[in-house]
Design a protein around this ligand. Structure first.
Ligand SMILES: C[S@@+](CC[C@H](N)C(=O)[O-])C[C@H]1O[C@@H](n2cnc3c(N)ncnc32)[C@H](O)[C@@H]1O
Ligand SMILES: [Zn+2]
Length: 369
């Protein structure tokens, strides 16, 4: 298992990669007006053959106006903590209209979406036909208004690029930083959109064995089987215990001894359904925690691992076109997948490489059920 972290503008690097090579993309682009990634300015849109003449302005991020707004629940002190005195440069080419600046810090949501769509188009090209895309994105407020950025993006990806949206997973962060707002609820979630290219795609559903079924099965293993060595009390012959029918019969007998009637019935039904718990729901509860990583917007490995395991085969290739400090790539390596990351800021790419050096595939620690 291996991979690499490529340094460069994601649009350019993606363009250099072949069609349909990736099994799964897990990524989190810069959100709209949320953070400054120093050194992440790039050219977006415009004419490729233009010798751009950008009218650049150096300025504090436009974003700071979103953050200082009291409506946003984040005071000016945090504003400076997030942005520092970091300035960014941005502006349009006066010949072709291309924009130079950091993705996420566009002057309007529609321009941000346009740029993101350039990336999702390339992602679609490099994904295998059976490939999956997990796109983590959160919304932003402009003063009082929630902008509906994730929803607008999803609609455009579906309508304009032909993506199939399979789930709008909610990443529920129980411990999200409280906001000091008085006239709405505090935000505790982000989206993870689950997109595919075609109707047939790789997906491995992980259903945990129900704990109560496990309890029944372990009591069966110490059950006085000799009582059943000849005949059941009703005169019928016991099925061999190693057979499915035999096991089911025992589960039907033992479950009511351990659980109240109604619950026992459910346990029996779950056991018949291969002993598995229900199909996992579309809310991923994962707390944020200090990452100890040199990057300001790290998503947790616990969020990413189940996505990779569900959306790609062992040994498959995982791509993150906004790799940052490399969480996706680390999770891919842990899960025994190959990986390619793209990151524009060399220091972040270096951090990703450092983390990757320390990550060891774990699959041999787990036994398959
Ligand atoms: C939200 S962060 C990703 C964080 C990552 N998921 C992690 O856990 O570390 C987005 C990343 O995209 C990078 N980025 C921004 N514009 C880019 C571009 N045009 N090409 C490549 N990377 C870019 C930023 O530098 C930043 O590291
Ligand atoms: Zn130009």
């Amino acid at each position: 298992m291996g991979g690499s972290v490529l340094v460069g503008h994601t649009l350019q690097v993606l363009a250099s990669l072949p069609d349909e090579f990736a099994d799964c993309v897990v990524t989190s682009p810069p959100y709209y007006q949320t953070r400054v990634y120093p050194g992440a300015e790039a050219v977006w849109g415009g004419r490729e053959d233009c010798e751009h003449i950008f009218e650049l302005k150096e300025h504090l991020p436009e974003a700071s106006r979103f953050r200082t707004s009291k409506e946003n629940g984040i005071g000016p002190h945090l504003n400076t903590r997030i942005y520092g005195n970091q300035t960014t440069k941005s502006g349009f080419c006066k010949k072709c209209g291309a924009w130079f600046g950091q993705l996420g810090l566009e002057p309007s949501p529609s321009l941000y979406l346009k740029h993101l769509l350039l990336v999702t188009k390339e992602i679609k090209r490099v994904l295998k036909k059976t490939g999956t895309l997990f796109l983590n994105i959160a919304d932003s407020y402009d003063s009082k208004r929630l902008l509906l950025i994730p929803e607008r993006l999803a609609v455009k990806m579906v309508d304009e690029q032909g993506w199939i949206l399979r789930n709008d997973l909610i990443w529920f962060k129980r411990n999200a930083m409280p906001e000091s707002v008085k006239d709405r609820w505090s935000r505790k979630h982000e989206y993870v959109f689950f997109f595919v290219k075609s109707r047939k795609y790789f997906f491995e559903q992980k259903r945990k064995t129900d704990e109560r079924v496990e309890r029944v099965l372990s009591s069966i293993s110490v059950f006085p089987l000799e009582r059943y060595s000849t005949k059941y009390p009703d005169g019928s012959k016991p099925a061999s215990l190693s057979s499915i029918a035999g096991k089911r019969r025992l589960v039907r007998e033992v479950a009511p001894l351990l659980f109240p009637q109604e619950e026992a019935r459910e346990v029996i039904r779950l056991h018949h359904d291969h002993g598995r718990g229900p199909v996992p729901g579309d809310v991923l509860e994962v707390n944020t925690r200090p990452s100890g990583v040199n990057h300001i917007a790290v998503f947790p490995e616990e969020l990413v691992l189940p996505l990779i395991e569900a959306g790609s085969p062992p040994g498959g290739l995982i791509l993150d076109p906004f790799a940052g400090s490399g969480t996706t790539l680390v999770a891919a390596k842990l899960a025994g997948r190959n990986f390619v990351g793209i990151e524009l800021v060399p220091a972040y790419a270096e951090e990703a490489r450092r983390r990757l050096r320390d990550a060891r595939p774990y699959h041999h620690h787990f036994k398959m059920l």
